[in-house]
Design a protein around this ligand. Sequence first.
Ligand code: AMP
Length: 114
Amino acid sequence: MSEDLFLKIIRREVPADIVYETDEVLAFRDINPQAPVHVLIIPKVHIRTIDDLESEHAELVGKLFLAARDIAGAEGLSDVGYRVVMNCNEGGGQAVFHIHLHLLGGRPFSWPPG
Ligand code: AMP
């Protein structure tokens, strides 16, 4: 999968069901949802993986989680609960190399995830 895919979504070159946007963060529904609610939350700047994060990104990463909180609230997930995941590298399940939080909700989740 192209590592530029999410940059193309940011630039509106690839369509997406966008649910949240700020100057720094974009969120849109996953094209292959793994739960009734499955939203991807991304920074608008290109950061390839968690391993590429620098200390200067700390506030931005915090904003991804604040977006997850707000979207979960808007989707009615706050009380019942939800899952937030970020995969890192192929072994961690990452397929698109532009960091993104998965916000998943609307069904039960078990732990460990398998
Ligand atoms: P990951 O495996 O953590 O890199 O997650 C990548 C996610 O991007 C997967 O859940 C895909 O279903 C999702 N995805 C791929 N292409 C698109 C797209 N065009 N629009 C929305 N989600 C996408």
